[in-house]
Design a protein around this ligand. Structure first.
Ligand code: NAD
Length: 345
């Protein structure tokens, strides 16, 4: 198959065949500009199972074997957070473009090394931020950018849940540091807030609650973030909801100088806009267009691959993601010291 430029699809190797790799696989099925041709997991059985599901032949247990293939143009890194930087730097220097799951790195030095490798090797790299392609979030961004609530001054965002937080299911979290949930998931929230507000974070104050005594990870973290524009945001990382299994839901509202936008999942309709004209209840069909596929992973993969094919910068610049990572790490510092921390932009 060829695309509108009459070129064959970009050949992709996926590294890390766990939970989120399944969502990426569903995405690739909708992206005709890309073709998944190889996969890798340190657990060989997982790599083979993924290869079977994806209908591909090449399954590896060492990412370096995958990188040795000259015909693979891009890697999609879905391994655990701590492995991202090492794999990304190696992949970029091996001449591959790299889409990297959030958080793309776990320290600022790692983030800088990835940026340097991308520049040095002349390849594209991007931190995957699926929330930006969520139809609901795109609707929020569209309404804000259209001026429906004036200048945004305050946002409250959280996605409370407790899907994993019982002893049997918490293996992945048992040995993590207290700030792990914040670093792991804060990259989602902080990126979303900066994108919605169109401004970078400059200062953060975080407080946390340890939650259940058998987990070192703090299950609840509340962050107050100031942005360069002067806007303030309140973001919660919240897995403390009981009972275990309490489903994910979204609480998002944005207060502007001329109105308030409410996109809470608890509404019976998709969103409400409150402004001088009164209250406008938006149904699902009015908040996103039918040609915007309801598949955030497909959308983020497609836009990254199109940037590669058109030789232009990726939709989310890595420098932007590095500032977001620094903000999350500043929040982790604040969580420990209880002091507000300025973000090194
Ligand atoms: N965008 C989203 O909404 C979203 C949702 C969940 C997870 N994530 C991110 O995706 C990543 C993976 O999360 P998950 O929930 O799939 O975790 P997971 O533990 O289910 O899967 C990770 C896989 O990576 C493999 N792995 C680890 N180190 C590796 C290495 N060096 N080489 C090859 N494989 C390696 C593990 O064996 C495992 O199979 C995380 O960084 C997470 O933050 C993003």
């Amino acid at each position: 198959m060829t695309d509108r430029y009459d070129r064959p699809p970009t050949r992709v190797g996926l590294i890390g065949c766990g939970g989120i790799a399944g969502n990426h696989l569903a995405g690739y099925r909708l992206v005709e500009e890309a073709e998944l041709v190889a996969c890798c997991d340190i657990d060989a059985a997982k790599a083979e199972d993924f290869a079977r599901r994806a209908g591909i032949i090449d399954a590896y247990s060492d990412y370096r074997e995958l990188l040795a293939h000259d015909d693979i143009e891009m890697v999609d890194i879905c391994a655990n957070d701590e492995a991202h930087a090492e794999i990304a730097v190696a992949a970029l220097w091996a001449g591959k473009h790299a889409l990297i799951e959030k958080p793309f790195a776990t320290t600022a030095a790692q983030g800088r090394a990835i940026i340097d490798a991308a520049k040095g090797a002349g390849r594209l790299a991007m931190c995957a931020q699926s929330l930006r392609w969520d139809p609901k979030m795109r609707a929020a961004k569209g309404l804000i950018d259209a001026g429906r609530i004036g200048e945004p001054v305050f946002v409250r965002f959280c996605q409370p849940s407790s899907p994993f937080w019982c002893r049997e299911q918490a293996r992945a979290y048992r040995d993590r540091a207290p700030d792990w949930l914040l670093v792991h998931n804060g990259m989602h929230s902080f990126d979303l807030l900066a994108w919605l507000l169109g401004s970078l974070p400059v200062r953060v104050h975080a407080r946390s609650h340890p939650g259940q005594e058998w987990l070192p990870v703090h299950e609840y973290v509340s962050c107050t973030i100031r942005f360069a524009s002067g806007a303030i945001a309140q973001a919660e990382e919240n897995r403390i909801m009981q009972p275990p299994g309490y489903p994910f839901h979204c609480e998002l509202y944005v207060v502007g100088s001329e109105g308030t936008l409410d996109l809470s999942d608890r509404l019976t309709h998709a969103a409400s806009v409150y402004n001088e004209a009164g209250v406008n209840l938006l149904g699902a069909h009015t908040t996103w267009t039918p040609d915007q596929p309801d598949q955030p992973f497909a959308c983020e993969i497609r836009e990254f691959v199109q940037a590669i094919r058109e030789d232009r910068p990726p939709p989310i610049p890595l420098e932007f993601s590095l500032t977001i990572l620094k903000a999350v790490l500043a929040a982790a510092e604040s969580m420990h010291t209880a002091e507000a921390v300025a973000i090194d932009g």
